[in-house]
Design a protein around this ligand. Structure first.
Ligand SMILES: NC(=O)c1ccc[n+]([C@@H]2O[C@H](COP(=O)([O-])OP(=O)(O)OC[C@H]3O[C@@H](n4cnc5c(N)ncnc54)[C@H](O)[C@@H]3O)[C@@H](O)[C@H]2O)c1
Length: 277
């Protein structure tokens, strides 16, 4: 394929593409006409996806490894050319453990994947994009970066992702590369579902503090990603966009007894329910 033909085809890389938010981003970018490369360290899931979604170029990759990212970038460069979009959705969660029970190996692993992995991807592909004078990088932060929660490795690691997004937007902006982050609220993806099923999290609790009284779907995060990578967001760089069903707006209402549904709404809901019975 000639260099000109390659430029006509928009290439997007999604890390963590085998599950949850990453998989929803893969599907959304495919629908928007991108040639998508899905990278993930979960080889078993990649084998299933290779059967189910052969239109995606699936690759096994540990984003916390500089060596693996170097090899991945060389392969992408020779097979597809420099990507137009990189979405860093690879990430791992943290259990809510007391401060003195925080295992430092787990702490470091969370930073290695969530922060270091995103930084390595941004540095490698951001520099290649900047040499061509175009491209968009998207990091997946979290509302835990914006409000304190008892997740002592995960929250600060995501705050560092926000800070890195801003720094890189300044560094790469003059060459035409945009860098933004999305900060999801609570999204019903496999790790959150597993915690709910194990009784470690309560779906009601996760919804109650959000202004819209619900969790977020992976597709709603993918929608924000699709907007930020598109030309509709051509003047947007260095921001972190919360997509949280209003969790940031509602989470501090506990001080005043929590969010309440108005009596009028409650009455009309009750009437509707009675009408349905
Ligand atoms: N689900 C939520 O409520 C929520 C909220 C805020 C932020 N996030 C963030 O969104 C991102 C995606 O989370 P999710 O909920 O979709 O989880 P998920 O487990 O469904 O998907 C994460 C994917 O990342 C992959 N991965 C993990 N470590 C990797 C590594 N070292 N190299 C490459 N791939 C790796 C996993 O194999 C998995 O496929 C994460 O960064 C997470 O912190 C999620």
């Amino acid at each position: 394929m000639s260099a000109l033909e390659q430029e006509k085809e928009r290439i997007a890389i999604v890390t963590g593409g085998a599950s949850g938010i990453g998989l929803a981003a893969v599907e959304r970018l495919l629908a928007d006409g991108y040639r998508v490369i899905g990278a993930d360290r979960n080889g078993e899931q990649l084998a299933n996806l290779t059967q189910d979604k052969p239109e995606v170029a699936w690759r096994e990759l540990d984003v916390s490894s500089q060596t693996e990212i170097d090899g991945f970038r060389q392969e992408v460069d020779s097979r597809f050319g420099c990507p137009h979009v990189v979405v860093n959705a690879a990430g791992i969660m943290q259990d809510n453990v007391p401060l003195d029970a925080m295992d430092m190996e787990e702490h470091d692993r969370i930073w290695d994947v969530n922060y270091r992995g995103s930084f390595l991807m941004c540095r490698n592909f951001g520099l290649a994009m900047s040499a061509l004078g175009r491209g968009v990088l998207i990091n997946i932060a979290s509302i835990t970066a914006l409000r304190p929660l008892p997740l002592f490795a995960y929250g600060p690691g995501k705050a560092a992702v926000v800070s890195m997004t801003e720094s890189l937007a300044g560094h790469l902006g003059p060459s035409g590369v945009r860098v933004n982050a999305v900060a999801p609220g609570f999204v019903l993806t496999p790790p959150i579902k597993a915690k709910i099923e194990a009784g470690l999290r309560d779906a009601e609790d996760l919804s109650r503090s959000a202004a819209l009284q619900r969790m977020v779907t992976p597709e709603e995060i993918a929608e924000a990603i699709a907007f930020l990578v598109s030309d509709r967001a051509a003047a947007i760089t260095g921001i972190t966009l919360p997509v949280d069903a209003g969790w940031l707006a509602g989470s501090s209402w506990g001080t005043y007894g929590g969010l309440r549904v108005s009596e009028q709404t409650q009455d009309s809901r009750t009437r509707n329910q009675e009408g349905m019975e």
